[in-house]
Write a protein that binds this ligand. Structure first.
Ligand SMILES: Nc1nc2c(ncn2[C@@H]2O[C@H](COP(=O)(O)OP(=O)(O)OP(=O)(O)O)[C@@H](O)[C@H]2O)c(=O)[nH]1
Ligand SMILES: [Mg+2]
Length: 265
């Protein structure tokens, strides 16, 4: 498996994306590009990264006299940065701080899709969950109760059948409301259990000091604990990570036990 460093993506962070910025994330094949095209009227231009296969489409749309910039992120199942796609999506959300994050989910297999939504909810509050493909779900006898889901997650939920244009006006309205602060999402935070929460609690104050708002400290703590080596270039984070291994009894066991990490060097 190849790991890319944050430095590879410098241009991403340098790019001055026009604001307000809306980013679309979601598992592969959930209808992100369909929604992107419906919002932007196919006016997107695709930016290929030199030497990379991952591309980001970018476009604009107007709603209530606000010009929104929209970015279609690569499809990912998680943000643990195990692949270039995951790393691009994570870094974009972490560093470009979209004004509104749209997480596109597939109504026919919502549970699997919510994994990514919960991870993004660790990074940003300004999130809308879009339950797409409700027409496909209906064919299978699946009906998603958006109100219940919204209460459970603490964020607005909009149901769509993007290919037929159903729910897109409501989606734009919700984007506007979250952007303008009329709707204030309050994402439910996952409780990782006593031991992990204690480790997170120890790390967060130090990370807050070090990054003073540049990176969400809880997310940074979770990255450290999960042994995310793609953060290698964030020197301050690596320093805290390495120190925390010596200082805390958790370090080694977490690093070696969590799935998907490369183990200790
Ligand atoms: N029936 C139905 N099909 C949809 C809907 N939204 C998207 N599709 C179809 O689902 C397929 C995948 O849609 P895309 O928009 O390419 O999905 P994506 O999330 O961008 O996929 P990746 O970029 O590969 O991650 C296409 O054939 C779409 O036409 C929907 O609401 N209902
Ligand atoms: Mg796509």
């Amino acid at each position: 498996m190849k790991f890319y460093k944050v430095r590879d993506m410098d241009f991403l962070m340098d790019d001055n994306f026009p604001r307000p910025l809306v980013a679309l994330a979601g598992n592969p094949n959930t209808g992100k590009s369909t929604i992107f095209n419906a919002l932007t009227g196919l006016k997107q231009h695709t930016g290929n990264w030199p030497g990379k296969t991952v591309s980001l489409a970018r476009g604009t749309f107007y709603h209530r006299n606000v010009k929104f910039c929209v970015v279609d992120l690569p499809g990912t199942y998680s943000l643990l940065a195990n692949s270039l796609e995951e790393q691009v999506a994570r870094n974009f959300i972490l560093f470009n701080r979209p004004d509104v994050m749209l997480v596109i989910t597939d109504a026919t297999c919502l549970e699997r899709n919510l994994n990514l939504a919960l991870q993004i909810m660790e990074i940003t509050d300004r999130i809308i969950v879009c339950v797409n493909l409700i027409d496909e779900a209906a064919k299978k006898g699946i009906y998603v109760d958006g109100d219940v889901l919204s209460k459970e997650l603490g964020v607005p939920v909009v149901a769509t059948a993007a290919r037929r244009g159903i729910g897109l006006f409501e989606l734009k309205e919700m984007i506007f409301k979250v952007y303008s602060g009329k709707v204030k999402p309050s994402p439910r935070k996952v409780n990782y259990g006593e031991e992990l929460e204690k480790a997170i609690g120890e790390l967060v104050p130090r990370l807050e000091n070090t990054f003073s708002g540049r990176i969400n400290p809880r997310w940074a703590a979770l990255s450290i604990i999960s042994g995310d080596y793609s953060i290698e270039d964030l020197e301050e984070l690596v320093k805290i990570r390495d120190e925390s291994r010596e200082e805390s009894a958790y370090g080694y066991s977490f690093f070696s036990q969590l799935p998907g990490n490369r183990g200790l060097k």
